[in-house]
Design a protein around this ligand. Structure first.
Ligand code: C5P
Length: 395
């Protein structure tokens, strides 16, 4: 990958981007604009990457070592961080007056990943808004900007460069294989809520993150994703069709509506197994003493799909999740068979660094042919590993 550094104060964070990419195994070269070199030095990147950085289009030695066209041909992805207002304007115009713009002009914009960084008023200016729109239309991807405190402390708003780990994740996404191109898939995420009355419900602490990571990974691999999500704090990924539901019954209906043609159904949602037998139409008043709450079963959506598509030719690949606190694999294997699934993803939700609400996960994937794999890492990395297995079963 090629890291192009623009001239903004966020350039110091690009050093960390370079370090993290190297750690993740990327082959990395760096180019700096003249303005970037007033914030960080080529020597910094040379120390981090073990290779000389490109700084001067007219330096005979540099052009001999790695000419800007050779650099453009070589890069699978070109990351611009920070993408300053000036750099965005010059990229839109097609300038080629320094090593960064001259190289990028020879790279297809669909391989650009821009991490904008500027003051919030510069970001909101009509010129920048138009430049960004045009660059997106040409196929460039963006990561960020984030909202928060600016270098000028009194300013806050959108314009901060995304944090390095987020940029690295976006780079990984840009490099994802397009092996699900055009494949319709259905993913569920988050909890359901089962109403007791208009202001109370039964639910669970699912954050939706694992399901959202699955939707994001499928999107990056080219799938047509329908995401059916319960109530979550976290926002769903952009670029997927997201249907919001509240109860298990609504999830069932949304799935029935979206199922037609789906080649895979991945049920990462933590669906409530039971609901109150009756939901009171008005807020229930406090009573003295004990009370008994009568619960009834919600439909087991996934088991319903497993039964409906017993072995039909049009059967989608069915993937379930099993959140367990003990005998994790044993219980998961039972569910795989009982619900007639292709794959089940088992995780131990009693562990602290995995499961509900956490950014990372450690799971065991079991398949109907007896296969078993242990996966761990960020939820996005785990999601990609799950899609690898779904893709193999689609063939
Ligand atoms: O049986 P258990 O609830 O542990 O199974 C979990 C799997 O079944 C998950 O994939 C979940 O999304 C799905 N499920 C469902 N409908 C329910 C309960 C769980 O589809 N009512």
């Amino acid at each position: 990958m090629l890291l192009c550094v623009g001239g903004g104060i966020a350039a110091y964070k690009s050093c960390e981007v370079a370090r993290l990419c190297g750690k993740a195994g990327a082959e990395l070269r760096v180019a700096l604009t003249p303005a970037a070199q007033r914030f960080v030095t080529a020597l910094t990147f040379q120390a981090l990457t073990g290779r000389a950085a490109s700084t001067d289009l007219f330096d005979a030695q540099q052009e001999l070592a790695a000419g800007h066209i050779a650099l453009a041909d070589w890069a699978e992805v070109a990351v611009v961080a920070p993408a300053t207002a000036d750099l965005l304007a010059r990229l839109r115009a097609g300038s080629a007056d320094d090593v960064v713009t001259a190289t990028l002009l020879a790279v297809d914009p669909s391989r650009w990943l821009l991490a904008p960084a500027m003051n919030e008023r510069m970001w909101g200016s009509p010129a920048t808004v138009e430049n960004v729109r045009v660059l997106r239309e040409r196929g460039a991807r963006l990561v960020g900007p984030a909202t928060g405190e600016m270098a000028e402390r009194s300013h806050t708003g959108p314009g901060r460069m995304s944090e390095p780990p987020e940029i690295v994740e976006a780079i990984a996404a840009a490099l994802a294989p397009r092996d699900l191109a055009g494949v319709p898939v259905l993913v569920t995420a988050g909890p359901t809520r089962e109403a007791l009355d208009p202001v109370r419900f039964l639910s669970n602490p699912s954050s939706g993150r694992m399901g959202f990571a699955l939707a994001e990974a499928a999107r990056d691999r080219g799938a047509q994703v329908t995401l059916i999500a319960g109530p979550t704090e976290v926002a769903p990924p952009a670029g997927v069709r997201c249907v919001r539901i509240v109860s298990a019954q609504e999830m069932q209906e949304a799935i029935d509506d979206a199922l037609d043609g789906a080649r895979a159904v991945v049920m990462a949602a933590a669906v409530s197994d039971q609901r109150p037998a009756q939901a009171a139409p008005q807020k229930v008043k406090k009573k003295e003493g004990e009370e008994v709450l009568r619960l009834v079963r919600t439909p087991d959506i996934l088991a319903g799909l497993g039964a409906r598509y017993a072995a039909g030719a049009r059967r989608p690949v069915l993937v379930g999740f099993a959140a367990e606190t003990e005998k994790v694999e044993e219980h998961a294997r039972e569910k795989l068979e009982k619900k007639n699934l292709d794959l089940i993803v088992a995780n131990d939700v009693s562990a602290r660094d995995t499961g509900f609400g956490s950014g990372t996960n450690r799971v065991v994937v079991l398949d109907r042919d007896g296969g078993r794999a242990e996966l761990s890492g960020s939820k996005l990395a785990v999601a990609h590993a799950i899609w690898d297995r779904v893709r193999d079963r689609l063939r």
